[in-house]
Design a protein around this ligand. Sequence first.
Ligand SMILES: [Zn+2]
Length: 266
Amino acid sequence: MRERIIIGIACLMLVFSGCLHVKGAEISSANTTEKTTEDTIVTAKPETKDDAEKTKKKKKIYIDPGHQSRANGGQEPVGPGSSATKAKVSGGCCGVSTKIPEYKFTLKLGKKLKKALEKEGYEVVMSRTKNNVNISNVERAKKGNKSGADICIRIHSDSIDDSSVRGVSVLYPSTSNPYPIKKQAKKSKKLAKTLLKEYCKATGIKSRGIVVRNDLSGTNWSTIPTVLIECGFFSNPTEDKLLNDPEMQKKMVKGMVSGINKYFEY
Ligand SMILES: [Zn+2]
């Protein structure tokens, strides 16, 4: 009888171990080992690289390269149900040294990021793949919501009336956001943190930190965890050249991929 009870407990532990094993990964109890002695120990094997790759394949990333070749000054609500409005798509900035417009930079980097993420096993959807489009920020957010993506990364570059300012910041919605994106505030903050940390590590670009922004229509209309990365300052002559350098862009992409991996805890 005592033996039966012990075997029963052992089986129960084995079942629990199977349930608790590694978030998101569909792994059966075949990955557990069992000792049949009285001090039954059930251990789970660490997730293999193959398992991680399979899990990544199930994750979908939505990339929104900021702006487009022509601004659209038409107005749209900054959030669902809001009476406050903003331009559908603003013009974006332009590199003070390179003269490269922000919309070209964001699309180039967005496409490189897409390629790198796909290589990692992610599925990627883009808000735009051409510069000559007319897609408002609200439409971009809605496209992301419909895509079934797990997260949304909005790519931008910064500009300010002070050429000495440089660095990267990642903007995210907070728990005091009045729109449905509020539900994703915690996850968005986590993504902002991992993305910023890994981006800075890979590029050496100065961190300006993560920043709460509840006034961005492209974020407020989203329903999935959303961040906006201001990759650096186009108004700083050195940083503008750096951000548009293909070698640096490789590092930026590497950092972003690593930040996304860290978010999903791969
Ligand atoms: Zn921008």
